[in-house]
Ligand binder design. Structure first.
Ligand code: F6P
Length: 517
């Protein structure tokens, strides 16, 4: 599969020229004044998601050049290689196959690797969902505690909150991720041993935070008189042998070709399946699959993940914007920014290309945000009048699932008004009350926050990260950057008990001494 790093394509220089000639001074207000069809031209529907891209600093010419960039760098071929199960995560020698987790079953097995893996996916999914239904039907279990971190926490936690309106199991679902004992202790103080199910979620079953919390939960369970581990503990992991050795016999597996931050479609999604039921979970997968099909088959110019990924490159590498803010105007999406932080920054926070050569341009933007309207009363000041331009991504949901009068029109009025104000600005000679405007934003609109719509929204985000990572020529599917801290923490843990500061830098040695005093 031929891949060409974006800066080595023939389209790169014309893009730079287009940016220098008109891109850097692009004015959104002028663009709308000159083109009455701009909204229609720069908006599109994808499964469950309508996207208005018209308030971005692009025109037909720059978008056409960006499409050339996509074609020349081989994004489509790279995408096809991912869907086909090629080992595109070459630094770990793995396929990148989370799309298989939401692919419907096929009749018959043609003996191919894909067919065999897909059959395993459905066998495991059926078992996991049957278990979820048995937990839901078990009135003696009132609390489910998911112990996991990173991808084994952020996805399911975000989704359980997001789909609260569909949660009808009557169970409370808790998430414990931090090795800081305050978190686990607070959760344990709220639950009872006889009515709690612990889910130990860890792809590797070696992550120190999760293992520490799991051991403490197990010890607490025994201290409280618990004996039936098979009933009260289940493990969600690729490392079933380690889970068994830990003493857990109820296990749901997945495979090393599922990246941690792409794993909530697998057994890692069990807390969500317990919350919304098997049918709801299948709808969630179906929504993601619909977006997969859009990404796989839509022409590049009408392919929403491609358009968003290209925009990310345009902003990062030509405009030089270093961050992107996400503003979900739905309080149930309050963990979406945290989820997207891992998705974007763990995937694309890389400084070398596929061959290990240092990149001469920037990659992952800093991703951050809070639900609207809360963010408006905090950092939106900076977005409107600060010195940096931060592209904003609004996520709005048309339908409310509460019946309180007045709230939804006010919420929707606010999201529209913010996008409008960022673009139009306000002229004021006094300076302090002047809004420069021309601040770009993307507006993603869902009709309703259903399991299928959430699945599609998340798959859209996964694929746009794929597109920008592909253009940058990086491996978006490894995460070596988190390893060093893990190794050093082990070393320092020993020094905290023995006081040995040999070879440490002055600051670490000084802090170590203070902590031991
Ligand atoms: O430390 C980062 C990381 O490797 C993430 O990529 C992953 O989601 C997380 O740790 C948890 O890993 P595991 O599921 O193996 O416990």
């Amino acid at each position: 599969m031929a891949r060409t790093r974006c800066d080595r394509t023939p389209a790169w220089a014309p893009l730079q020229a287009a940016f220098d000639a008109s891109g850097k001074d692009f004015d959104l207000r002028e663009a709308f004044a000159q083109d009455s069809q701009r909204f229609e031209r720069f908006s599109q529907s994808a499964p469950y998601v309508f996207a208005d891209l018209s308030k971005n600093r692009i025109d037909a010419a720059s978008e056409a050049l960006l499409m050339d960039l996509a074609r020349q760098s081989g994004v489509a071929e790279h995408r096809d290689a991912m869907f086909a199960g090629e080992k595109i995560n070459h630094t770990e020698g793995r396929e990148v196959w989370h799309v298989l987790l939401r692919t419907p079953p096929e009749v018959g097995n043609d003996g191919s690797h894909r067919s065999t893996e897909l059959a395993k996916v459905h066998e495991t999914l059926d078992g996991m969902l049957a278990y979820a239904e048995s937990v839901r039907a078990d009135s003696k279990i009132t609390d489910v505690v998911n112990i996991g971190i990173g991808g084994s926490d952020l996805g399911p936690q975000m989704a359980v909150l997001a789909l609260d309106a569909f949660a009808n199991s009557g169970k409370r679902v808790h998430f414990v991720s931090n090795v800081d004992g305050h978190e686990l202790a607070a959760t344990l103080s709220k639950v009872k041993v006889e009515s709690t199910l612990f889910l130990i979620a860890s792809k590797t079953f070696t992550t120190i935070e999760t293992m520490t919390n799991a051991h403490s939960a197990k010890a607490w369970f025994a201290q409280q008189g618990g004996t039936d581990t098979a009933r009260h503990f289940a493990a969600l992991t690729t490392n079933v042998a380690a889970a068994n050795a830990f003493g857990i016999t109820t296990t749901f597996g997945f495979w090393d070709w599922v990246g941690g931050r792409y794993s909530m479609w697998s057994a890692i999604g069990l807390p969500l399946a317990i919350a919304i039921g098997a049918e709801g979970f299948r709808e969630f997968l179906a929504g993601a699959h619909a977006m997969d099909e859009h990404f796989r088959t839509a022409p590049l110019a009408q392919n929403l993940p491609v358009r968003l990924g290209l925009l990310d490159v345009w902003y990062r590498n030509f405009h030089g914007f270093t961050s992107r803010s996400i503003a979900p105007y739905h309080s149930a999406l309050r963990r979406l920014p945290a989820y997207l932080q891992q998705l974007e920054m763990e995937s694309n926070g890389k400084r070398v290309d596929g061959e290990g050569a240092t990149l001469p341009f920037g990659t992952s933007p800093v991703l951050w945000g809070e639900p609207g309207t809360n963010g408006q009363h905090a950092y939106f000041q900076m977005l409107h009048q600060g010195t940096d331009v931060v592209p904003l991504e609004f996520v709005a949901v048309k339908k409310a699932r509460h019946s309180l009068p007045g709230h939804q029109p006010l919420l929707l009025a606010n999201v529209l008004a913010q996008a409008q104000a960022l673009m139009t600005g306000k002229v004021d000679t006094g300076g302090h009350k002047h809004f420069p405007g021309n601040r770009p934003s993307t507006f993603l609109l869902l009709d309703d926050l259903t399991p299928a719509a959430l699945g599609a929204l998340i798959a859209l985000q996964e694929h746009r990260v794929f597109v920008s990572g592909s253009l940058w020529g990086i491996n978006s599917f490894d995460q070596w950057g988190v390893e060093l801290g893990k190794v050093l923490a082990k070393d320092i843990e020993a020094r905290l008990s023995n006081g040995d500061a040999t070879g440490l830098d002055g600051s670490t040695a000084g802090l170590l001494a203070r902590l031991r005093a």
